[in-house]
Write a protein that binds this ligand. Structure first.
Ligand SMILES: Cc1cc2nc3c(=O)[nH]c(=O)nc-3n(C[C@H](O)[C@H](O)[C@H](O)COP(=O)(O)OP(=O)(O)OC[C@H]3O[C@@H](n4cnc5c(N)ncnc54)[C@H](O)[C@@H]3O)c2cc1C
Length: 220
């Protein structure tokens, strides 16, 4: 899996802080630009602690994600407050087997062999269909959930907080959890105040909606 933060709104923390200050100020927006950095940081910390997170919708982040499975992207695109562009299996036919192997299969020699054989035979049939003149958009019906894909996603900071609460959680599947943790690591570098308490909901809100008392992260 490759995850790169390829873009974000300029002044990712200053603009939400100015937006927060604006709500309680007689000043015009452009005058708030002169506010001291220290004051803006403290305003942002305050609204984040209150959970008044609408102001952080002014900041968006764009990630380039590659070599993940279609299983993962199916889960990812359920997050509706986001924008996506995904490699098309209609227009791009990947003729060589290219798939993700779950760790529980990768670490078991016998299972890995059976898994690889299955994948190879799927791709063999896929290529056969293409050779018979079946269009890629129809031949792809036999490709597995494991097939690798590439996707670009843009989410605003508020939506990302929700995404991290759900997908950094131990209940989320390993692959999307790995993606969420990688994305969180990236955004923390450029927006540390916004994402200070970001992560699974047991970290951000100190609750466990699943009530999973056996989870190592269960809030004390
Ligand atoms: C561990 C786990 C297991 C899951 N298992 C399943 C499963 O078995 N089957 C399944 O179908 N899905 C499953 N999901 C997907 C889940 O139900 C959500 O679709 C997904 O996590 C996106 O979350 P979201 O709606 O909060 O995000 P977004 O779509 O980004 O929405 C963000 C927030 O905006 C608000 N919102 C967005 N759209 C609307 C709307 N139309 N009306 C009102 N409010 C809205 C909500 O407050 C929402 O939380 C699972 C998710 C997780 C984390």
């Amino acid at each position: 899996m490759n995850v790169k933060l390829i873009g974000f709104t300029p002044y990712p923390e200053k603009i939400p802080a100015m937006a927060a200050k604006l709500t309680h100020s007689k000043s015009k927006p452009e005058e708030l630009n002169k506010t001291a950095a220290k004051e803006l940081k403290s305003i942002l910390e305050h609204v984040m602690n209150l959970g008044h997170t609408s102001v952080i919708e002014h900041t968006s982040f764009t990630f380039a994600i590659s070599d993940v499975s279609r299983s993962l992207t199916h889960q990812l695109v359920r997050h509706r407050i986001a924008s996506y562009a995904q490699q098309s299996q209609r227009y791009v036919n990947i003729k060589e087997p290219n798939y993700v192997t779950p760790p529980k299969i990768a670490t078991d020699k016998k299972m890995k062999k059976a898994y690889d054989e299955t994948m190879n035979s799927i791709w063999k049939e896929y290529n056969r269909l293409l050779e018979l003149g079946i269009p890629a958009e129809d031949a792809r019906y036999i490709l597995p959930n494991a097939a690798c894909t590439n996707i670009i996603v843009t989410m605003n900071a508020r939506s990302l907080l929700n995404f991290f609460e759900l997908r950094c959680c131990q209940q989320a599947q390993w692959e999307i959890r790995q993606l969420a943790n990688n994305m969180l690591k990236e955004v923390k570098k450029v927006a540390p105040t916004i994402f200070k308490n970001a992560g699974p909901i047991c970290k951000s809100k100190k609750i466990c909606p699943e009530n999973k008392k056996d989870c190592p992260l269960y809030p004390k």
